[in-house]
Write a protein that binds this ligand. Structure first.
Ligand code: ADP
Ligand code: MG
Length: 234
């Protein structure tokens, strides 16, 4: 479904991603783990069209999206749930959700999806007319996830969804993401919380200084000595 080949991304002279090759099959939950600064966010931005790679190739559903605009990538079915749960703070919860489907024209479908999300997250329904900036961190994360789902994506990219959340909310967030995959949506997730990420993953890629250094199933990497030492503190 998604193929990334030899991806290179630069910020001026800084080579943030040096060589990323990964593939994601339909229905899989694939994670990218790595330390701070490894190039995880940059890789996701390149996939979703927020930045243009210096080299390499990104193919989604048979279409070359290497230099496609963010709008085009969204149209093709990839939604991005960014790092730091960027909700629009001065817009209401409902308006934030509407922003997630600005490319859709099926008013009935949109209303239906909004009802479904409100049923799944009653707290968002309760707060639907409240400015998103007044929500707690956990509620903003639910909103950011819901907003991504409002585009009816085939693939969702999650950037550090657990970052900065209280422990009980971290667990809840991973449950929500697992639920999204169970609903048939393909997931690519970037995480520093390697243990939780690997437990959830079908397959995972370890990114170190912009390069993939290891890949395997979640279980294989949980048992890998290097991963255990470098990422699991074992
Ligand atoms: N806008 C930017 N300008 C310059 N360098 C950047 C920018 N964003 C990220 N970098 C650098 O690129 C590298 C990878 O960053 P990033 O993709 O954010 O890593 P991660 O998400 O794995 O923490 C880091 O060395 C970081 O300092
Ligand atoms: Mg990051």
């Amino acid at each position: 479904m998604l193929e990334v080949e030899g991806l290179v991304c630069r910020y001026g002279k800084v080579e943030a991603v040096r060589d990323l090759t990964m593939r994601v099959e339909r229905g899989e939950l694939v994670t990218l783990i790595g330390a701070n600064g490894a190039g995880k966010t940059t890789s996701l931005k390149a996939i979703s069209g927020l930045l243009s790679p210096a080299a390499g190739r990104i193919v989604f559903d048979g279409q070359d999206i290497t230099r496609a605009s963010a709008r085009r990538v969204l149209e093709l079915g990839i939604a991005h749930c960014p790092e730091g749960r960027r909700v629009f703070p001065y817009m209401t919860v409902r308006e934030n959700l509407e922003m997630g489907c600005f490319l859709r024209r099926d008013a009935d479908g949109i209303a239906e999806d909004m009802d479904k999300l409100f049923a799944r997250f009653p707290i968002l329904h309760e707060r639907r007319d409240q400015a998103a900036g007044t929500l707690s961190g956990g509620e903003q994360q639910m909103l950011a996830i819901s907003r991504a789902l409002m585009s009816r994506p085939k693939l969702v990219l999650f950037d550090e969804p657990s970052l900065g959340l209280a422990p009980n909310l971290v667990e809840r967030t991973f449950e929500i993401i697992e639920g999204i995959r169970k609903d048939g949506v393909t997931v690519v997730m970037v995480e520093q919380n390697a243990f939780a990420a690997l437990e959830l993953s079908d397959r995972s890629y370890v990114l170190e200084q912009g390069r993939v250094t290891l890949t395997g199933t979640g279980r294989e990497l949980l048992e890998n000595p290097h991963v255990r030492q470098a990422y699991l503190g074992a």
